[in-house]
Design a protein around this ligand. Structure first.
Ligand SMILES: Nc1ncnc2c1ncn2[C@@H]1O[C@H](COP(=O)(O)OP(=O)(O)OP(=O)(O)O)[C@@H](O)[C@H]1O
Length: 309
């Protein structure tokens, strides 16, 4: 397990991480989300030893992460870090040998990842001749070429076309399946929801939430989707006022209503709707990761200095 424990960091007098603790199990993909400036890159840089924490520590399987452990990590830094004029295959072989592979193993590993990531045709191109998305694929190949035992990826999906996203997602899952803890940051919440086992939400340097999407859904607040040809103002007037105040339109039509804090259950809701028209659909409403994110991060939007997400 990769464990970030009580990380604190300030730049000058400005605190940017407040006691961030986060476990990433082996075999798990963790999505790291948060608005611009929330502290995702800083946290990952601390894991990689590029930035030093003021306090706290990072452990892999209980061992403090040192240069030896870091040399077995695969990473994709925000500022990337490949050589623009070096040919793609040469670049991958270079990184593999740097990480301790023999010349033959490095050649085989480079060829393998070029094939998996759809770059075989471009292996003799210089990096700068590739599109940004293909450069991104080379970045991922460079992170993977030495069979790392941990993956730390800063926005690996940004700028990728849909097929590359698919390939990247599959590769991350395969890496997790061989026991690698995978942590990546992203602003693409639909993708995070699809790819990740767990999600961590950071806001202004504090961890606000961590868990599976199902765990982050507030189970104590049962919400229901109602589709009906009846006017929602009529049937909602028959509900407890606490429920009436929660009515909101569902993204694909219908109305979402919460019965939390009311003595009413779904049967009462169904009866109220039917008294005014046909009930077409009534089912528990599971929010998307975006909605969960918004409800976690948005309560104090005015406080967010840099967030745009
Ligand atoms: N080298 C630095 N010197 C001073 N402040 C910094 C430095 N690096 C980061 N910061 C500040 O630390 C805070 C966290 O930045 P960080 O890059 O970790 O956020 P992030 O969550 O990765 O954001 P984004 O989604 O925009 O990439 C920001 O307020 C940023 O301005």
């Amino acid at each position: 397990m990769l464990a970030l424990e009580h990380l604190r960091k300030s730049y000058g007098t400005r605190p940017v991480l407040h006691d961030v603790s986060l476990p990433v199990e082996r075999g798990e993909i963790l999505g790291f989300v948060g608005g611009n400036g929330a502290g995702k890159t800083t946290s990952m840089r601390i894991v990689l030893g590029v930035t030093e924490a003021d306090s706290g520590r990072v452990l892999l399987d209980g061992e403090p992460v040192d240069d030896g452990i870091r040399s077995r990590m695969g990473y994709m830094p925000e500022e990337r870090g490949l050589y623009d004029t070096m040919r793609v295959e040469h670049q991958l072989r270079f990184f593999a040998e740097l990480r301790g592979l023999t010349r033959g193993d490095a050649r085989r590993a480079a060829a393998y990842w070029l094939e998996v990531l759809g770059l075989s045709q471009r292996r003799q191109s210089r990096l700068q001749e590739l599109s940004l998305g293909n450069q991104q694929r080379v970045q991922l190949a460079a992170a993977l070429v030495h069979a790392p035992d941990t993956l730390v990826l800063d926005e690996p999906f940004s700028g990728l076309d849909p097929l590359a996203v698919d390939v990247m997602s599959r590769v991350l899952r395969e890496e997790a399946d061989r026991g690698v803890p995978v942590i990546f940051s992203s602003h693409q919440l639909d993708l995070v929801e699809r790819v990740c086992d767990r999600v961590a939400v950071l806001r202004q340097g504090s961890l606000l939430a961590h868990g599976t999407v199902a765990e982050l859904t507030d189970e104590a607040q049962p919400r229901y989707l109602v589709r009906s040809d009846a006017d929602s103002r009529l049937w909602s007037a028959e509900l407890d006022s606490a429920a009436r105040d929660t009515l909101e339109p569902a993204p694909d039509g219908g109305v979402i209503v919460s019965l939390a804090g009311t003595p009413e259950g779904p049967d009462h809701l169904a009866d109220a709707v039917r008294r005014h028209g046909s009930l077409l659909e009534l089912r528990p409403w599971r929010p998307s990761l975006f909605e969960i994110y918004r409800s976690v991060v948005d309560p104090h939007p005015a406080d967010q200095e840099e967030s745009t997400a």
